[in-house]
Design a protein around this ligand. Structure first.
Ligand code: AHM
Ligand code: MG
Length: 331
């Protein structure tokens, strides 16, 4: 026997901390685990299967070309979450409106089934992001918009799956962050990164600097600060930008760094979506000792007004996020 802890065992073990729990929440997490294994397999053979590479010929609500794998991942997660009978509604980046499922379900899920989709066809890391809330409306009634428009502070759990050099599932239920690496030989996620924390200091900054001149003076000042030579504070920082939020976030969580997608002159609210990109990673960041901000205030305290609402985003090591906020406040 070995002493590997699988994700399945971990979920069951954590359920014991909630005596009397119905197991529905564990069942929901198991649904996500199953869908992520299927999507991981599809992602790994994307280059071989011409029918899943390239555009699907359709656009999502944001007017972006949907990739075939986006659609495949969306379908897989919806199927897995529907089958468990514990979810009453899903909001997805790929669906204009929320999807109503089982009225007797107590939970809602907001998700980006395949983030960083411009990287699919070029074999670069992509990810899935999810966020779980308890519904606001009574069990037994149809799910409503208000069930989804809850601030991030109300999240019960959040996580991401990174399809990279290996597939990893990282999640939190508000008691720290744990990471599981998929072993394709035996088909299970194994606890490989227990109790993940940002290193005390970071020196990576991740921003699409093509947007530099379109960014506010505060953001430009921070980026110039990041590039300034100063041995005492370990600068210049290192620039790393993949263009897949999950992958950039994951690297910065492990190595220490800040991810920035600011407001720009042509996108005043930035690019990233509050409900299924920013809030879940904010929950993980805070649980790992980091921070997430819109440049002025804590992301998780923003009151959502729309399913696909965008928000400027700064997340990573707390000290780095605070420094960026200070430059913005001073502009
Ligand atoms: P997507 O959900 O359409 O994939 O867009 C989100 C992605 C993030 O993963 C990434 O950080 C960002 O968009 C990159 O945007 P840009 O190409 O403007 O730098
Ligand atoms: Mg996305």
């Amino acid at each position: 026997m070995n002493n590997l802890t699988t994700l399945g065992e971990f979920i069951v073990d954590k359920q014991k901390d909630f005596p009397g729990s119905s197991g529905e929440f564990s069942s929901l997490l198991s649904g996500i685990r199953l869908a992520s294994k299927i999507v991981s397999q599809q992602v790994n053979k994307a280059g071989l299967l011409s029918h899943i590479v390239g555009g699907a010929g359709s656009e999502n609500i944001q007017g972006e070309q949907q990739q075939k794998l986006d659609v495949i991942a969306n379908d897989q997660f919806i199927k897995a979450l529907t089958a468990r009978n514990v979810v009453c509604g899903i909001a997805s980046e790929e669906n204009d409106d929320f999807i109503k499922i089982n009225e007797t379900g107590r939970y809602i899920v907001a998700m980006d089934p395949l983030d960083g989709s411009s990287n699919i066809d070029v074999n670069v890391s992509i990810g899935t992001i999810f966020s779980i809330y308890k519904r606001k409306t009574p069990v037994g009634t149809p799910v409503e918009n208000e069930d989804f428009l809850q601030p991030g502070t109300e999240q019960l759990a959040a996580g991401y799956i990174i399809y990279g050099s290996s597939t990893m599932l990282v999640y939190t239920t508000g008691f720290g962050v744990n990471g599981f690496t998929f072993d394709p030989g035996i088909g299970v996620f194994v606890l490989s990164h227990p109790n993940m924390k940002f290193p005390d200091s970071g020196k990576i900054y991740s921003m699409n600097e093509g947007n530099f001149l379109r960014s506010s003076k505060g953001v430009q000042d921070y980026i110039n600060y990041a590039k300034t030579i100063d041995e005492e504070t370990n600068r210049p920082y290192t620039a790393r930008y993949i263009g897949s939020l999950v992958a950039d976030f994951h690297r910065n969580l492990i190595k220490g760094g800040i991810y920035i997608y600011p407001s720009t002159t042509n996108a005043p609210l930035g690019k990233l979506r509050l409900l299924y990109e920013c809030n879940p990673l904010a929950f993980i960041a805070e649980q790992a000792g980091g921070a997430a901000s819109d440049g002025k205030k804590r992301i998780m305290e923003v009151t959502p007004t729309g399913l696909h609402q965008r928000v400027p985003y700064f997340t990573g090591n707390s000290a780095m996020v605070e420094k960026a906020e200070a430059f913005i406040a001073a502009e």
